[in-house]
Design a protein around this ligand. Structure first.
Ligand code: KIV
Length: 272
């Protein structure tokens, strides 16, 4: 009798397109390490984003700007080792693709080779077209990211909703069309009006994945630490918390500390 466990069918960019075509929503979450990636992959998430939000939630920086390509490769490789089913998309960090398309390609190749990732994500539209074209020409799948693009936070000045004005909304729609024509397999839409996200999702063929972009995107993404209630101080309107791990973890650690202090841990059964 064979005891081999059946491996789940891997999610591909082609399957994401089929999901959009048949109206099935895409579930995406971030992960940055082996243990969490194993859990969320096993729970059925379709896409795992190794986001540069690792700079905030893993390293404690105020913005996503400081994280390096080496840092991202370390996080991504840990995630890839855990994943059996989900498509793993990795953010190109700030400063590793804006300089030239050659640099963008070299950064992407490192992510694919050294981490074993399945795709890369870049922030921006027409400004990064050359880089997107060059990466795609090497056979690397590319995901776009429009709306609130946190790597440009010092240009925006705030994390408020983007593209409320007509001119910015028009540019966003044009950029979404451009990225689609270039051959991107999907676009993240971050913090834009729901009506605009609906219009973009209906106007382009490829899947849109929203975060703070309303219910009409083809999929949704959240930062895992936020949806699990680990980052309690972060409370944007779009965030739904599915757990209160801050309380759970604090309670568990408080109990452990008090057991150690009280000489209650380890007990007779917990020693050799
Ligand atoms: O870095 C990240 O986590 C992201 C998501 C917010 C989409 O880009």
């Amino acid at each position: 009798m064979s005891v081999h466990k059946q491996e789940p069918k891997k999610i591909t960019t082609h399957q994401l397109q089929e999901m959009k075509n048949r109206g099935e929503k895409i579930a995406m979450l971030t992960a940055y390490d082996y243990s969490m990636a194993r859990l969320i992959d096993g729970a059925g998430v379709d896409v795992i984003l190794v986001g540069d939000s690792a700079s905030n939630v893993m390293a404690g920086h105020e913005t996503t700007l400081p994280i390096t390509l080496d840092n991202m490769i370390y996080h991504a490789a840990s995630v890839v080792r855990a994943v059996r089913r989900a498509l793993v998309v990795v953010d190109l960090p700030f400063g590793t693709y804006q300089g030239s398309s050659g640099e963008a390609l070299r950064s992407s190749i490192r992510i694919m080779k050294e981490a074993g990732a399945h795709a890369v994500k870049l922030e921006g539209g027409s400004e990064i077209k050359e880089s997107v074209d060059r990466i795609l020409s090497a056979g690397i799948p590319v995901m776009g990211h429009l709306g609130l693009t946190p790597q440009s936070i010092y240009k925006f000045g705030t994390y408020t909703v983007r593209a409320k004005e007509e001119a910015e909304a028009k540019k966003l729609l044009d950029d979404a069309r451009l990225l689609t024509e270039c051959g991107c397999f999907g676009i993240v839409l971050e913090k834009i009006p729901a009506s605009l996200a609906k219009k973009v999702s209906e106007s382009i063929q490829i899947p849109t994945i929203g975060i703070g972009a309303g219910p009409d995107c083809d999929g949704q993404v959240l930062v895992m630490q936020d949806m699990l209630g680990i980052t309690k101080e972060f409370k944007p309107r779009f965030l739904r918390r599915y757990a209160d791990l801050d309380t759970v973890i604090t309670k568990a650690v408080t109990s452990y500390v008090s057991d150690v202090k009280a000489k209650d841990f380890p007990n007779e059964d917990e020693k050799y």
